[in-house]
Write a new protein. Structure first.
Ligand SMILES: Cc1cc2nc3c(=O)[nH]c(=O)nc-3n(C[C@H](O)[C@H](O)[C@H](O)COP(=O)(O)OP(=O)(O)OC[C@H]3O[C@@H](n4cnc5c(N)ncnc54)[C@H](O)[C@@H]3O)c2cc1C
Length: 467
């Protein structure tokens, strides 16, 4: 029997939890009490990188992951028929030294990302009709807006790529809705580029500017204007396969946090009780690093004070789903772009599809869907199928949806505080929790949804954990 390399990789990543843990332990069951310098909760981009870098810094770690795999929002679907890896989460990384070094240590090959391709078909998915008079901004105007925007970031908001360390008096630019920010600085020609990066942020015109400015960051703009982006031809999940190999039995997969107690006596003040496939395990540690998005459910088992709980309850999530769909009737190079008809900047209304984009695998398209509220997976899939039928009925493209190869709900995504909270020092209070009761926080909520910037954030946070 011949098996495609991608299938082998898929199988390998599926077996990661069991195989790596049992190999590293020599098939011995895991002890029910484990002692480490740092217990990390969450094995996505931030937690995995933190685990490796803390080990580099001489700390022992236990990395606790809820699912059977590392990577979180970074996930690859391997199409058996074509062997094409399709990333259904993270796709690109800034081409900077930190990223190149990280990939090199994990033996991950990366190449410059190529965004070329035929122009997308602008279709209003709510009617299924082509938006005939849609015209993207003139390239010269778009370039000028990008340079002007980069200047504003450099001159007025140079700290934004470092996290949420804001001045005591929060600039009003950061709290105002992004739509107003665009008008104030005449940056209309930033669309649709800024929207392409802002997928998953909900209504970006209404969102407090800080979230869009951090997402469409100086690092991103520099990549667009010059340094470029990297992508991983073998699939982004291979980064996490490499990390899983290196971390071995330091990762506890499929583990549910039962309780978190801080302030225990002795050298190991943190006690995290877990339900794991090997039974209950207690991880005792000197420090706790939370690397999953804060949510009342995620923190239910934490011994939080009232003020910790109330601060984190101010976050409101957006919702974002992705999948791979089988389409027929259109060429494999066609992108169907949801485009608003007579809406500001031609933004589509949400909840809705962002786009159906080619994957490189014959007959398969990547679909992305955004919503301000949490929707059932089935409801999102039905809405996508309805949209495709509407497009065909309207005669915009003879397309037909044959089914979903995979579907992934990435909720909760991009947790935001209100404009009022941002203006009144919310992030000063959040940052004030770093180190409180030996607990630290990393990940997209504390930086932005950008792996390269999250890793940069870790590089600054981790050395501070033991000072
Ligand atoms: C569709 C999509 C496309 C994207 N594209 C890009 C891109 O091209 N480039 C880019 O840089 N970024 C991209 N992003 C942003 C991406 O979210 C971030 O780059 C990064 O992956 C976020 O990592 P994180 O560690 O903060 O969170 P997550 O990836 O959410 O990781 C959190 C982890 O914690 C686990 N977990 C949750 N709760 C618990 C618990 N209680 N106990 C233990 N474990 C728990 C989860 O299972 C998960 O593995 C994209 C995101 C999405 C959804």
């Amino acid at each position: 029997m011949t098996m495609h390399r991608r299938s082998l990789l898929k199988l390998a990543s599926g077996l990661t939890a069991v195989t790596l843990a049992s190999h590293a332990l020599g098939h011995r069951p895991r002890p029910s009490r484990v002692r480490r310098d740092v217990c990390i909760l969450g094995g996505g981009s931030s937690g995995t990188h933190a685990a490796l870098r803390l080990r580099d810094l001489g700390s022992s770690v236990a990395l606790v992951e809820r699912t059977h795999r590392l990577g979180g929002h970074a996930q690859t679907y391997f199409d058996d028929a074509s062997g094409v890896p399709i990333n259904i989460g993270v796709v690109v990384f800034e081409n900077v030294e930190l990223v190149r070094d990280y990939f090199a240590r994990l033996n991950v090959s990366a190449i410059p990302a190529d965004f070329s391709g035929p122009p997308p078909l602008p279709i209003d998915f709510s009617t299924g009709r082509l938006v005939e008079d849609y015209a993207p901004p003139d390239p010269a105007a778009a370039g000028a807006a990008l340079y002007a925007y980069r200047q504003i970031l450099a001159q007025k908001l140079p700290y934004l790529d470092d996290g949420f360390e804001l001045p005591a008096r929060v600039p009003e630019d950061l709290a105002m809705p992004f739509g107003r920010f665009v008008e104030k600085y005449s940056l209309q020609a930033l669309f649709p580029t800024v929207f392409l990066f802002g997928q998953g942020l909900g209504d970006i015109l209404a969102a407090p500017s800080i979230y869009v400015l951090k997402n469409f960051s100086a690092a991103v703009v520099d990549s667009i204007l010059g340094t470029g982006f990297l992508t991983v031809p073998a699939g982004v999940s291979t980064i996490y396969d490499g990390a899983a190999l290196e971390l071995g039995s330091d990762v506890l997969y499929e583990s549910k946090v039962l309780s978190v107690e801080r302030g225990c006596r002795g050298q190991y003040p943190i006690s995290v009780k877990l339900s794991t496939p090997e039974g209950e395990v207690v991880v005792e540690s000197k420090k706790l690093l939370v690397a999953f998005p804060p949510s009342p459910k995620g923190f239910a088992s934490f011994d939080f004070t009232g003020s910790e709980r109330s601060l984190f309850s101010s976050f409101r999530p957006n919702h974002y789903s992705t999948g791979v769909v089988r389409l027929s009737g259109i060429s494999d190079a066609t992108t169907l772009q949801n485009t608003g008809n007579r809406t500001p900047y031609a933004l589509p209304s949400l909840p809705g599809v962002y786009a159906l984009s080619p994957t490189g695998a014959p007959g398969l398209w990547n679909v992305k869907y955004g919503s301000p509220t949490l929707l059932e997976d089935r409801a999102v899939q039905q809405a996508i199928a309805r949209d495709v039928r509407r497009i065909a009925r309207a005669g915009s493209a003879p397309v037909s949806l044959e089914g979903f190869a995979i579907f992934r709900n990435h909720s909760p995504f991009e947790l935001m505080a209100s404009s009022r909270e941002v203006a009144s020092g919310f992030y000063r209070r959040v940052n004030g929790l770093q180190g409180f009761r030996d607990t630290f926080y990393t990940g997209a909520t504390f930086q932005t949804h950008d792996s390269s910037l999250i890793w940069r954030f870790n590089e600054s946070l981790l050395p501070k954990m033991f000072t």
